[in-house]
Design a protein around this ligand. Structure first.
Ligand SMILES: N[C@@H](CCC[C@H](N)C(=O)O)C(=O)O
Length: 302
């Protein structure tokens, strides 16, 4: 158990398809998370290194087994995390916080159900999917629109290398905001160049996760995501759900969809309301860290 005075935090490093996490048990140790602390833990050179931090805690909701909070590598707290949700289940079971299966977890936007399968994969009922621009929020005033299937696409003008390009985006909220574009070849998609322009575009008041989706056939797709607050990751679970929902609405995909992220494969099922994500999780190691010493060790401006 962590000692409050010395600020030693026990943690476990995990990943879901290479989207990596520092997992913290806030049930048996007292964790006061701040943006500075989250950034220090996530720092690839000075800290442990991760895309996100998950803080597991006792629930406030009477029907939940646990509550967990999610922090991006930039220190910002966010609504949802698909790969983190799967890691949460394995973490709770391995740390013997609970042997319950399925589990009910409280996240910032409500309750979700998660289940460990006999093969070790975890299936997550991802909760509400929304498509109205105000759900992200996405200010679409004056933007060109186009209808494809049952989806509305918004033409976002971007300056790329001094040239204006119109990028057609599906708007999807899986609690957290996603802007998905279809590309012909995900390996050649300009994720590093265009991703940050979309992620921080002023029309997305809370910024956005930018997805690049390649359709392979009606049940197979490839995806890369430039994540809000973390940059391109090897996989993004909510991004996968958003991309599949957008692909189905656009008439390009049918459920179930096998989706390949750079770090591996997920299965996404969507019947127009319930959205389920199934995939693996991995525990890397557990250790402990003096959080205040870590924060103090990072030079200003880095
Ligand atoms: N990697 C996650 C998503 C984490 C949050 C995201 N970067 C955001 O800011 O909304 C996933 O697997 O879903």
């Amino acid at each position: 158990m962590g000692d409050n005075a010395s600020m030693i935090w026990n943690f476990t490093k995990m990943h879901g398809l290479g989207n990596d996490f520092v997992m913290l048990d806030g049930v048996r140790q007292s964790i006061d998370m701040t943006p500075d602390r989250a950034r220090a833990l996530a720092h690839r050179q000075f800290g442990i290194g991760c895309d996100q931090i998950l803080l597991v805690d006792t629930p406030l909701h009477p029907e939940a087994d646990f509550r967990y909070r999610i922090f991006n590598a930039d220190g910002g707290e966010v609504e949802h995390c698909g790969n983190g949700a799967r890691c949460f289940v394995k973490f709770v079971h391995e740390q013997k916080l609970s042997s319950r299966n399925p589990l009910r977890a409280e996240i910032a936007t409500g309750l979700i159900t998660l289940e460990a399968l006999p093969n070790g994969d975890v299936v997550v009922d991802m909760g509400q999917t929304r498509f109205a621009p105000e759900d992200l929020p996405f200010d679409v005033t004056g933007l060109a629109t186009r209808t494809e299937g049952t989806d509305t696409l918004y033409g976002l003008p971007l300056q790329v290398n001094g040239t204006e390009q119109l990028v057609w985006l599906s708007a999807v909220a899986i609690s957290n905001p996603h802007a998905v574009q279809v590309v012909t070849d995900v390996d050649r998609a300009p994720v590093a160049q265009v991703g940050p322009l979309i992620e921080s575009h002023p029309r997305f008041a809370r910024r956005v996760n930018a997805g690049f989706l390649q359709i392979v056939d009606r049940h197979t797709a490839y995806l890369r995501v430039y994540e809000r607050g973390a940059g391109e990751t090897l996989a993004c679970g909510t991004g996968a759900c958003a991309a599949v929902a957008a692909g189905i609405r656009r008439g390009l995909l049918d459920s179930p969809v096998r989706l390949r992220a750079r770090g591996g494969w997920l299965t996404i099922e969507w019947d127009g309301s319930a959205l389920r994500m199934t995939g693996p999780t991995t525990t890397v190691f557990s250790s402990s860290i003096d959080i205040d010493r870590l924060v103090a060790s990072i030079p200003a401006g880095i």
